[in-house]
Design a protein around this ligand. Sequence first.
Ligand code: HEM
Length: 268
Amino acid sequence: MTRLYIVSAKKFLNIAVTVWFIVAVVGQWIFATYVILFYGKATATGHNEDWNKVLPHGYVEGETTGNIVVGIHLLLTIIIVIGGPLQIIPGIRKSFPVIHRWTGRIYILVAFVMSLSGLFMVWVRGSVGGITQHISISFNAVLIMISAVCAIRYARRRDFKRHRVWAMRLFLFVNGVWFFRVGLHFWLLINEGPVGFDPRTFQGPFLTFLSISQYSLPFIFFEMYLKASKSANRIFVFSAASILFLFTVIMAIGVFAATVGSWGPKMN
Ligand code: HEM
């Protein structure tokens, strides 16, 4: 009987993580579509100044180097956001191992360029938000680079168990900025407006909390999932699965709110 309970708890956990992944991929691809249709279209039609409708420091007349860095950051968003899930889906990974190896190397290179260009945008170019947010997102960049190095190191050593864990951590840290946007729109929707921060300065306790949560919460949930998937304690496994479901519901509402309130209207 106990064995039966633990089998159904594990099934529940697997369903929770699969549903989480599907919702995350759909939401990330909507975000990538927005980047293509908004920034891509503005750039392709020679209206780079339209970037500034979203990014106050996006395009600065005469600052060629800075504009190129922002342009690269936006262009590579498309690759990293669309490519990330494709690296992880087991069917694709197992059917095309050679492609997985090459696209994996590209993904890691892109993760580094995204992080370094992001650091440049925060500390040299200047961006919205306060110092705590800037430090927090910089820490996110460091986490991306550390997990990228670990993922490739374990793949080279053919320690695929550890490689998979680090690749998943890399995927979550890379999507920290996406979690931030989804979390923000969830918050704006449930509060029917900005609460806990000043929308003019884009600063306040809620945004500080969110900028730390964007990488720490997904990381904690993933570690919890890893422990639960090996655990024989059905209460722990059920609790972990329930937390993942709750996280998925919040994420789905956030994706919906971001799509309707921000990404969607800029796509045409
Ligand atoms: C690796 C995954 C990342 C992706 C996919 C990504 C994507 C983007 C996108 C699409 C934008 C345009 C804003 C929007 O339309 O929502 C943006 C802006 C920006 N990103 Fe990233 N980014 C990533 C990582 C980072 C990191 C690690 C940093 C900092 C270290 C960073 C710093 C910035 C800054 C400063 C802006 C401009 C915000 C402003 O003007 O105030 N990004 N990013």
